[in-house]
Write a protein of this length. Sequence first.
Length: 276
Amino acid sequence: MAGRAHVVVIGNEKGGSGKTTVAMHLAVGLLRLGFRVGSIDLDHRQQSLGRYIANRQAWVERSGVTLPMPRVGVVQPSANDLKSGAIAEDRTAFDTVLAELNQTSDFVVVDCPGADAPLARHAHTHADTLITPINDSLLDLDLLGQLDPVTRELKRSGIYANLVWELRQERRKLHKSGIDWVVTRSRLSALVDRNKLMMAEVLPQMQRILGFRLADGFGERVIYRYMFLWGLTVLDLEQAGIGMEITKSHQSAREEVCSLLANLWLPRVSERLGRL
Ligand SMILES: Nc1ncnc2c1ncn2[C@@H]1O[C@H](COP(=O)(O)OP(=O)(O)OP(=O)(O)O)[C@@H](O)[C@H]1O
Ligand SMILES: [Mg+2]
């Protein structure tokens, strides 16, 4: 894959749906499979992915434990006062950073903010794979499609699905290729409730119409939120020197990450999954 990395964009306009958590676990998963991974954090305000990776670097230096690290590409936001000028400059900055990472990475993971932003739109047009984690809630589902409460049929596509449709056309024109759009149900509770059952019923119908495919996401587990300060992921827990007791829930979390990696159908990943 010299000179051209596979770009994975993690996007959803809805905030707090688990994008950064997925981005970090995906990046570390790919690193642990022996790939070279670049990362770009487009959430300029929160910089959660950037902070997660910085915490990892700081912990490596402090503990002496060697952990695989992604290459970090930083897109500096434009200082141009003119909106159209700023958008154009941001795009150029993104393209430059991506071109650099392309030289040194097999995969580039791009984490988008939980809002509609011009640069996030632009990043979508570079996506070979787009992952959209959604909270398991009918309210969050509305961004993908609006449902009839009685028949449960899709009445119309939602704002984010419309955006992806538009950007897919743009990508086809610009790069002559499509986007493999994968939607994952995030933070699934262990309990079965009406909402969960209905999500399970309607999402498979929506995927055919809206052009995404479903993959299992991560369950609601404390471990996914606990390791941020050390920059660790569930895939790091078994490494010597981490010193954390591994519970059944941690093992299940690890299986969830491996399952996501398998279901993304990323190039050369399936043949290496045995390494994890
Ligand atoms: N599977 C999970 N189990 C438990 N907590 C989770 C899980 N996934 C994410 N979280 C927690 O939920 C919150 C939102 O997650 P995250 O920051 O990954 O979402 P996001 O989509 O990137 O948010 P934003 O739109 O603000 O960028 C965080 O507190 C995170 O630690
Ligand atoms: Mg985020």
